[in-house]
Design a protein around this ligand. Structure first.
Ligand code: RNT
Ligand code: ZN
Length: 418
């Protein structure tokens, strides 16, 4: 067990070290408390949901691995979320997909879903101090195919329009219930394996569908549109590309979701933040980790993530940003995977909040580029982890590696018996 007295000592030394650079560690601790992640419920059960038990995951996404202990029903999903949450400092939101509705064993098709199917979720979330975000679900359904909102067949397209409209309505009710806007993320997989004869046709259809979906104005929810480079089996063309959604978002005032796994691998997501801030209302993130493709590996404290979190802090954009997570790994303990990714994301923000941004900016405007680079390098090895440990200690969650045996205990007692 990490000794509390060591956490206190290390914090004291770190505080002095940062103060010398003009950084107030206590202020950083106050700031990080305000960061609420939007935890993705689908890490608990490999994006299965409660509608097609045993049905396969489609839409060009894939969960790999079959580690034992997957949550099999709503009670298990809820229990696992609470378990994961107990190892993550701070207060966080929960992001639900439409397929996680409380359907009570009834068949409720995607164009029939209503806010009542999320009533128990709203109450449960409230009891557990969480606010909800929402996602429409157009994959893993007989009508998914390769095209949903961009389908030239009106009956299929209208089916998904109706679904997405209902998801906005549900989000509105969630937002009202929790007295805080619910973020609705719309991601569709539409695309094709081979080069289409017309790229324009499907994009025009998607624009038309979105216009219809967004006709109703709501006050308690916010729409986010998520772009993607490609999906498995849909490698040549994605209707909802980044250019498409950036254009749509800028023109119609919608929030563009940046999923960090949805771009060319050398593309910097951090570099996109400032442009989005200038031309779109807010920013929604899906923090993920692509390995060679959109593989949705467990998020770790990578340079990319650090760069992204620093950018949001430097742009003073935290109050215009929503930090959702999106990965699904079934090769290791799923709750462990959940916690690793959430803690890594918060650690990145901890480091960003400890940056002496004013000093770097001053060096830059004075043309003192040696000092700027030297300080950027030194910052990497400053004792940020002492402040992070203090955050965990103050939040009453395990410090450092102490969460590992706890997760193993839950595995032994609960998830391994599933
Ligand atoms: C897929 C998108 C999408 C999904 C979730 C389950 O590539 O990232 O956000 O992962 O909605
Ligand atoms: Zn995503």
């Amino acid at each position: 067990m990490v000794k509390e007295s060591n956490v206190n000592k290390a914090f004291e030394v770190a505080a002095e070290r940062y103060a010398a650079l003009g950084v107030d560690v206590n202020k950083a601790l106050e700031e990080i408390k305000k960061i609420s992640l939007s935890l993705h419920c689908w890490q608990t059960d490999d994006v299965t949901g409660f509608e097609n038990q045993g049905g396969s995951l489609t839409g060009g996404i894939q969960v790999t691995g079959n580690y034992p202990g997957r949550a099999r029903n709503m009670d298990e999903v809820r229990a696992d979320i609470l378990k994961a949450k107990s190892y993550i400092p701070g207060s966080h939101r929960l992001s639900l997909h439409e397929i996680y509705g409380d359907f009570q064993g009834k068949k409720v098709d995607r164009d029939e879903v209503e806010p009542c199917h999320f009533q128990t979720w709203m109450e449960w979330a409230k009891e557990n101090g969480m606010k909800l975000d929402f996602n429409s679900t157009s994959f893993s359904h007989p009508k998914s195919g390769d095209l949903t909102l961009a389908n030239p067949d009106d009956s299929i397209r209208n089916f998904w329009i109706e679904h997405t409209k209902r998801c906005r309505w549900i989000s509105e009710e969630m937002g009202k219930f929790q007295n805080d806007p619910c973020m609705l993320n719309i991601w569709i997989h539409d695309g094709s394996k081979e080069i289409p004869a017309s790229r324009l046709k499907y994009r025009a259809l998607l624009e038309k569908s979105l216009d219809e979906i967004f006709e109703t104005e709501y006050a308690h929810m916010k729409d986010c549109i998520e772009a993607k480079l490609f999906g498995i089996g849909l490698e040549s063309y994605t209707v909802g590309s980044y250019d498409f959604y950036l254009g749509y978002g800028a023109k119609k005032g919608k929030i563009v979701t940046l999923d960090t796994g949805h771009f060319h691998l050398t593309e910097s997501i951090a570099d996109k933040i400032s442009s989005l801030l200038l031309f779109t209302p807010e920013i929604m993130l899906h923090v993920s980790r692509p390995i060679r493709w959109d593989s949705d590996h467990v998020v770790i404290l990578s340079d990319d993530l650090l760069d992204l979190s620093r950018e949001l802090v430097r742009c003073k954009a935290l109050d215009r940003s929503h930090i959702g997570l999106d990965y699904f790994d079934a090769t290791i303990n799923r709750i462990g995977a959940y916690v690793i990714g959430c803690r890594a994301t918060l650690k990145a923000f901890m480091q960003a909040l400890l940056e002496p941004t004013g000093k770097l900016l001053a060096y830059e405007s004075e043309g003192r580029y040696f000092e700027r680079l030297a300080l950027q390098e030194e910052l990497k090895s400053l004792p940020w982890n002492a402040v992070w440990d203090m955050y965990c200690l103050q939040s009453g969650v395990p410090v450092g590696e102490d969460f590992i045996p706890e997760i193993l205990k839950y595995e032994q007692e609960v998830t391994s018996k599933r």
